[in-house]
Design a protein around this ligand. Structure first.
Ligand code: NHR
Length: 182
């Protein structure tokens, strides 16, 4: 999130209008506020597992800020099909694997367990299919002997910070061709 916000200056064809979290304690909220960006929280624990009601509350907040594009960045609540349908073609996510490999959680451990020699991250459009929307960009890293889920996560993270702004820049310019890094 911070990498996206920091990229959105000068000739970047977008500006941040809101940082929204499901967790009141999320560190990103204070970081966004420090940059002068409005913040909101919609706390999923107040919805007792009612995902439809939760997503309706998210939508109500988003409508007040009227973003053109929503970027998920570490947002860990599965979104309902009714909600994703409202944002088709306008919502992106960054996922820590080379999709279509390892949709869902614990991606670094799964890449290691599979003996993969390369791993990375993917920016994709969000659809009702979890981590299954159109791929907009990927960055690859080599898996080395001795890597653990933690070292692999630390290797992928800087690429996430590079890839997401690069994809967003292209995407908001109307260009959906894929970005590949390095
Ligand atoms: N929602 C839809 N409909 N489609 C996608 O592609 C989505 C999505 C919501 C989040 C991010 C994704 C990731 O980058 C994302 C993509 C959370 C889970 C998950 O299992 C899975 C994938 C992603 C994010 N969430 C659990 C849940 O019950 C909670 C897990 C937790 O709190 O740690 O929502 O990986």
């Amino acid at each position: 999130m911070v990498s996206l916000v920091e990229a959105m200056t000068g000739d970047f064809p977008a500006r941040p209008c809101l940082v929204l979290s499901n967790r009141p304690e999320a560190a990103g909220l204070a970081k966004a506020a420090a940059q002068g960006i409005p913040t909101e929280v919609v706390d999923h624990t107040e919805y007792e597992g009612d995902r439809v009601a939760y997503d309706a509350a998210l939508q109500a907040v988003l409508e007040r800020y009227a973003p053109d594009v929503v970027c998920l960045a570490g947002f860990m609540r599965i979104l309902t099909p009714a909600f994703t349908a409202l944002w088709t073609g306008r919502m992106l996510n960054i996922h820590p694997s080379l999709l279509p490999k390892y949709k869902g959680l614990h991606t670094h451990a799964r890449a290691l367990d599979a003996g993969d020699t390369e791993h990375g991250c993917t920016v994709h459009e969000v659809t009702s299919e979890l981590d299954g929307g159109p791929i907009l960009g990927q960055a690859k890293v080599a898996v080395e002997s001795g890597d653990t889920p933690e070292t692999l996560a630390a290797k992928v993270l800087p690429y996430e910070h590079q890839l997401y702004p690069a994809v967003l820049r292209r995407f908001v310019s109307g260009d959906k061709t894929q970005v590949f890094l390095p």
